[in-house]
Design a protein around this ligand. Structure first.
Ligand code: ADP
Length: 270
């Protein structure tokens, strides 16, 4: 009887503990949602005053015929642009934290998708004053992706490669498939990322050289956004770099597996 009593007590305790844990987890989830909602609301509210600031600085510049305040107004314009980017980036991350990031996933053929992507990368890299070198996959592989989002992630890598690479240097885009995945690589010939910084570059607001990032208009949220997008697609993102030897960033995404076709030759389904 004593043993039965002890067992009942232990079971009771365990139940109470479990209920307490569930309650704590629910409270934590509520607090986390409140935090991301707040961040999303705050970012949204900041958009309007920033637009007003920008428009006023533009008008000021037009009225400043003798260019007496040119430098100051230009700085206001640049900083308000940087802050707008920061607000958009924060809004993106707040939405993805609260799982309300809209994703329009569709099955696409890798070859045309990569060809279009290569075109966008070339334009961006040239705009940034670097030389694009593009080599993309030819094949029948298919991906289930939101093409706009994956393009955004790859453009972040290409932008960084052009920004932090050697001025006028080459930025290469290449891709390859194997082991059930497709990898897209962006490489530069820049000064690279020191070994101690490499594990941290995907963290929010982590910058190897804060002054340089700021000068380039960076927000410190580019790589975290790329990582969020890639992981939401079930993929992974990696950085390889050695000081003085350039940087290679790689995005790998799962391929859509082909079902073996039946002897009757019915259509394949993904
Ligand atoms: P940022 O807005 O500062 O560019 P990111 O999150 O995109 O922010 O990148 C974080 C930091 O990683 C950058 O500030 C830079 O120091 C470093 N970094 C990213 N890409 C490269 C690269 N290709 N070569 C050297 N450093 C890089």
């Amino acid at each position: 009887a004593a043993l039965a009593y002890a067992v009942v007590r232990v079971v009771g305790e365990l139940r109470r503990l479990y209920a307490g844990q569930r309650e704590a987890a629910a409270a934590l989830a509520r607090a986390s949602k409140a935090k991301t909602d707040f961040l999303a609301d705050a970012s949204h509210e900041l958009r309007t005053p920033l637009t007003v600031l920008r428009v006023n600085a533009e008008v000021g510049k037009q009225m400043d015929r003798d260019c007496e305040h040119g430098e100051i107004l230009e700085e206001i314009l640049q900083e308000s642009d940087r802050m707008s980017r920061l607000v958009e980036d924060l809004l993106f991350l707040a939405r993805s934290d609260s799982a309300s990031l809209p994703m329009k996933a569709e099955v696409v053929s890798a070859e045309p998708f990569l060809a279009e992507l290569a075109g966008r990368v070339q334009v961006l890299v040239r705009e940034r004053g670097a030389e694009p070198h593009v080599e993309v996959l030819e094949g029948q592989e298919r991906l289930r992706i939101d093409p706009g989002q994956i393009e955004q992630a790859v453009l972040i890598l290409a932008d960084n490669a052009a920004k932090y690479g050697t001025p006028g240097g080459t930025v290469s885009l290449s891709s390859f498939a194997g082991y059930g995945e497709l990898c897209i690589e962006v490489a530069d010939e820049g000064p690279g990322i020191p070994e101690e910084d490499l594990p941290h570059v995907f963290e929010r607001f982590y910058r190897v050289d804060k002054a340089r990032s700021r000068k380039q208009g960076g927000t410190g949220l580019g790589l975290p956004i790329a990582k969020t997008i890639v992981e939401a697609h079930g993929g992974r993102i990696e950085a390889e770099s050695r000081a003085g030897e350039g940087t290679t960033m790689r995005i790998c995404l799962p391929l859509v597996a082909d079902l073996p076709s039946t002897p009757t030759g019915s259509h394949r389904q993904g």
